[in-house]
Design a protein around this ligand. Structure first.
Ligand SMILES: [Fe+2]
Length: 217
């Protein structure tokens, strides 16, 4: 009946998965554990058993310099893949999330940044996933029964993670962390990346006055 059939995926959402080399990940994780112990003594959780979050400027803390380098290397690879014609960017925020068994993190985005991500120091079995949610509300106006779920018929996609993994994604892409059903703490370090001179350069019109163009955005 058909000479051929193809399915093209238009406007795909990218999520990048990096696995840091084992030696490097070991060093990053040892430093993170030592630093967490130090910080938690200074600023303990308000409620025992509840989640703990570090200050959000760890990108300026020497203990995390190697992680910043790792994030910068990953960002350069993403910029290259997206053909972004600037190499000037900042890690604008970085913080630790320590989530004991039973705790979760509701759906959210990371405003005012271009890329966001999370590096995993620990990811206990049962607490080893991040879930991305389709930001198009119209996609489930009609939602039939599906015999099988795949990326074309689901609104949420769970991405498994492990210690030493780093997940990066567009900052506008909603995501959440399901309850930690493991027996130990889940420790992750989240961060944001933004262009260094967004207002000064990137926000300026891309078209030149007086020249004919269809791209007057
Ligand atoms: Fe997040």
């Amino acid at each position: 009946m058909f000479e051929e059939k193809d399915t093209i995926h238009i406007f795909p959402y990218p999520v990048w998965l990096f696995n840091v080399e084992a030696d490097r990940a070991d060093r990053l994780n040892q430093k993170a554990h030592a630093s967490i112990e130090k910080m938690r003594k200074a600023e303990p959780s308000g409620i025992p058993g509840s989640h703990w979050q570090s200050p959000n400027d760890l990108q300026d803390n020497d203990d995390f310099a190697d992680l910043v380098t790792t994030i910068r290397d990953a960002t350069k690879e993403i910029f290259s893949e997206l053909h972004i014609a600037t190499d000037k960017f900042l890690v604008t925020g970085m913080w630790i999330n320590l989530r004991p068994p039973g705790t979760q993190h509701p759906a959210h985005t990371h405003p005012n940044n271009y890329l966001s991500g999370t590096y995993y120091v620990t990811a206990p079995s049962g607490g080893d996933a991040i879930v991305f949610r389709d930001p198009r509300p119209e996609t489930n106006i009609i939602s039939p029964q599906f015999s099988e779920q795949n990326e074309l018929n689901t609104r949420e996609i769970m991405v498994p993670v492990k210690p030493g993994a780093m997940v990066m994604f567009p900052s506008w892409l909603p995501h959440f962390v399901p309850p930690n059903q493991g027996d130990t703490d889940r420790i992750s370090i989240s961060f944001n990346v933004m262009f260094e001179s967004y207002g000064e350069t990137i926000s300026r019109p891309k078209w030149t006055f007086g020249q004919s163009t269809d791209d007057r955005s």
